[in-house]
Design a protein around this ligand. Structure first.
Ligand code: ADP
Ligand code: MG
Length: 328
């Protein structure tokens, strides 16, 4: 594409940031970064596809923000400090304009500046379907990365923030119903729990970020840790709007809808007060929603002491046609 370089250099290059550990950033065949001594590099990649992860015609600022946020959420779940990003843009001709790039840049820098992430390179190409892919790298002390596989029987299960808001927003938007701007933001501009993830190093025995639905993602953690769990519905952190949704449609909806980007983690009960203090320090709700149990117990969900049926659909399924967002 003839104008590719102009667009990249005019609009993307200012997103480079000013990290001292970027030895060579955008402009060469590859970037060079300098990891700290005693650290390991944690890498994650997430792709957002138009019509599947965001609406056709969505503000480019939201797309940029979300593409970085979802990767920040993965690094947070590993306990890593985010540092360097690579950005792949596959754009339809209609997006290759200064207006689109300016919006994209605004959304990206809104978030990248908050977390001090440098854009160190990427790739730009044409495609019929707008697709944004971000690779994010960060650091964690050697051997300290939090994984999905360390949960121990008897650990508490904790959840940050609230669940179901993004799922509610998507449901209402698809039904063309009114919704509160704050709830809509949870879908378009999720908040990755970056500081929480880093603070959990040494405390959490396992962690995962909730992207496809709480039950689906908890399932991944239980499988990796070879344990079971007991969850209490009355301990679930639901916003006022989601509580109303639960009254109308049941607790299953918010626990099986995607895009929450909260952290779910396990920790020994000895850390209970430390986690509560951490919640205060971060100004973030962190709720104890259950306990890790033996694997042969599987997953048990209780509500007011009564065991509940486990929903067959546990979360967002990328290959299910029912989960495709509106495409026109
Ligand atoms: P090459 O052909 O050697 O892969 P490109 O022409 O694709 O290089 O890119 C030139 C420079 O611009 C590289 O440093 C690359 O990392 C950067 N770049 C290209 N597209 C993007 C993008 N979407 N975001 C960030 N950097 C980009
Ligand atoms: Mg090259």
């Amino acid at each position: 594409m003839s104008s590719e370089f102009n667009l990249i250099y005019q609009h993307i290059a200012p997103l480079a940031g000013s990290r001292g550990d970027v030895v060579l950033g955008i402009g060469d065949d590859g970037a060079v970064v300098q990891p700290q001594q005693g650290k390991q590099v944690v890498v994650a990649l997430d792709t957002l596809v138009e019509g599947r992860h965001f609406f056709v015609g969505q503000d480019a600022a939201d797309i940029a923000y979300k593409s970085l946020a979802v990767n920040l959420s993965d690094l947070a779940a590993m306990g890593a400090t985010p540092k360097w990003a690579l950005l792949s843009l596959a754009l339809p001709q209609s997006c290759a304009t200064s207006t689109w790039f300016e919006r994209f840049m605004t959304g990206w820098s809104d978030l990248a500046q908050q977390v001090d992430v440098a854009l160190i390179g990427g790739d730009t190409t044409y495609s019929d379907t707008l697709t944004v892919s971000v690779t994010l790298m960060g650091e964690v002390k050697v051997g300290q990365a939090i994984t999905r596989s360390g949960a121990q029987v008897g650990d508490d299960i904790w959840l940050s923030g609230s669940v179901g808001d993004a799922g509610l927003a998507l449901t209402k938007l698809l039904a063309e119903q009114q919704l509160h701007a704050a709830i809509e933001q949870r879908l378009h501009r999720p908040t990755a729990r970056v500081a929480l993830g880093q603070a959990l190093v040494g405390m959490a025995t396992s962690a995962i970020d909730i992207s496809d639905g709480l039950l689906a993602d908890l399932g991944h953690l239980l499988k990796a840790s070879q344990v079971g769990a007991v969850l209490r519905i009355e301990a679930m952190p639901f916003s006022v709007a989601v509580s109303e949704w639960v009254e109308q449609s049941g607790w299953e909806k918010p626990l099986t809808s995607g895009d929450d980007y909260e952290l779910l983690f396990s920790a020994s009960s000895q850390y209970r007060s430390q986690i509560q203090l951490l919640a205060l320090a971060l100004g973030l709700e962190i709720s104890c929603i259950g306990k890790i149990a033996a694997q042969d117990q599987g997953l048990i969900i209780t509500k007011e002491g009564k065991e509940q049926a486990i929903p067959s659909r546990k979360g967002f399924d990328h290959f299910a046609s029912a989960d495709i967002m509106k495409t026109s």
